[in-house]
Structures are given as C-alpha cells and as structure tokens.
Design a protein around this ligand. Structure first.
Ligand SMILES: Nc1ccn([C@@H]2O[C@H](COP(=O)(O)OP(=O)(O)OP(=O)(O)O)[C@@H](O)[C@H]2O)c(=O)n1
Ligand SMILES: C[C@](O)(CO)[C@H](O)COP(=O)(O)O
Length: 227
C-alpha cells in the first residue's frame, strides 16, 4: 500500500518559528513518530513524504537516524494541505492504484490503524478514520447565536488515515481545482463529487498536534504507551 504523508505545513497555530513536525516530542522530532508507525505497519510498503524544500535537509537527517526499511520519496508540498496532497498524488509511482493519506501531524496513529484502513480500502473506493463526537455540537450564526443542535448520533470527527482509489481521488482533486473548491481533507472532495466515503473506526488518541496543548497531551499519551 502506498502512503502519502502531508508534512509541508508551517504550524502557525503552534506559534512555532518552524514546521511543528520538527519540534521535539519526547526524544524524537514529531514527524519521526509518524514515520515509525508507517514503518511498523504490515501493509505500507512505500512512503511519499510531502514537505517544503526548506525542511528537506532536516527530514533527510531524521530519516538517516531512523534507518527505515521502506522506501521514502520526497515530494514538494504546496501552499495548502489540499495542494500538498495534489502534488503527492502526482508523485505516486506509476501503477499505484490505492493510496492512504496520513497527516504528519497525527503522530500517535498506531500501525494497527494504518493496517485497518489499508485492509478496508480493498472493499470500498474511499474511506476515512473517524471517531464519534463526544461533545454536543452547536451550529451558530455570524452573531454567535445558536441556530441548531444536530443529532450527535450522526456526527463523527474526521481523522487521517484517509484512503482512496488513486484515479478517483485524482479526478476529484482536478475538479476541485477547476471549480475553486477549498477543503480541509480529501474526503470532502470525494463527497463533493458524490462518491461514497466509508468510516473506519479511528482512535481517540490519534489527535492532530495543532496547538502547544496538543503537544503536551501527545507527550503524556506517548509516555503512558512506552511505560
Ligand atoms: N501547505 C500545507 C499545509 C499543511 N500540510 C500538512 O497537513 C497536515 C495537517 O495540517 P495542519 O495541522 O493544519 O498543519 P499546519 O499547516 O502546519 O498548521 P497551521 O494550520 O496551524 O499552520 C500537517 O501534517 C501539515 O504538515 C501540508 O502538507 N501542506
Ligand atoms: C485531514 C484532517 O486532519 C482531518 O481531521 C484535517 O481536516 C486537517 O486540516 P485542519 O484544518 O488542520 O483541521
């Protein structure tokens, strides 16, 4: 299974002066934990690391320290996550028919979750890892007045991995670019093209490290895991 790792962000919400994926989490850079999960997955056999050229030297050094057994290709990222994944899709080896996409920032995803998604992708054209929402969600208007409280039974929080048939996802990205769609995940493009996206049960600990608090929580979870 092919895996693309979008890792070309800036980490603005982390208020960091560099890509948050290069920040330390316990004794390793954050992105190293994501790469180690991909290495331990039974199904992943090729990794495309989508990054900004300014970070390539750091990524090279991290990879040198990890000595992964799987091939890792560098692919140049774009201005947005959507553009980075688009570039990643163009950088897949010829003949790649299915792909998993997993945020570099979701560094606590387990190899088992990657494998569950890889296996499920043989039975559907598109999928996302997701978990049931725990909070009561409010839909509000511009004046921050609540307009609706949707039934929580139908609300799931989207995570990655997300997996797709490559040609279908490429077509969705092309259509999205033509029509100016701006989305925060690939499933949204699939949905907009009326293609089905299946839910695979995600993991509560598979948080996206976005803010400094997330980094502290991720460290806590990792310490528990390694104890
Ligand atoms: N131009 C971009 C923007 C984001 N990403 C990646 O997409 C994932 C999810 O993005 P997010 O957490 O928003 O990362 P940042 O863009 O770094 O954070 P922020 O939005 O706070 O700047 C991350 O692994 C990030 O590296 C990417 O590959 N290319
Ligand atoms: C793809 C994603 O991780 C699913 O939760 C998310 O949409 C990434 O974008 P965000 O804007 O950083 O939430």
């Amino acid at each position: 299974m092919y895996l693309l790792i979008p890792a070309a962000g800036m980490g603005r919400r982390m208020k960091s002066d560099r890509n948050k994926l290069l920040l330390s989490l316990l004794d390793r850079p954050l992105i190293a934990w994501t790469l180690l999960a991909a290495e331990a997955s039974r199904h992943i056999d090729w990794i495309g690391l989508v990054g900004q050229p300014a970070d390539w030297e750091d990524f090279q050094q991290i990879l040198a320290g990890l000595s992964l057994s799987k091939p890792v290709a560098f692919i140049q990222g774009g201005e947005t996550r959507q553009e980075s994944v688009y570039n990643g899709l163009q950088g897949l080896p010829e003949g790649a028919d299915r792909v998993l996409i997993h945020d570099g920032a979701r560094c606590l995803a387990t190899p088992e979750l990657l494998d569950r998604c890889a296996e499920a992708l043989h039975h559907c054209p598109g999928l996302i890892a997701a978990i049931p929402v725990k909070d009561t969600i409010k839909i509000v208007n511009d004046q921050k007045i609540v307009e609706q409280t949707p039934n929580r039974n139908y609300l799931w929080a989207a995570q990655t991995p997300q997996g797709f048939e490559v040609q279908l996802l490429k077509d969705c990205h092309d259509k999205g670019r033509q029509l100016g769609w701006e989305v925060t995940d690939d499933a949204a493009l699939f949905e907009a093209c009326n293609l089905p996206v299946t839910i695979v049960e995600g993991e509560e600990t598979n948080l996206k490290v976005t803010t400094p608090v997330d980094l502290a929580i991720a460290e806590f979870i990792l310490r528990q895991r390694l104890a």
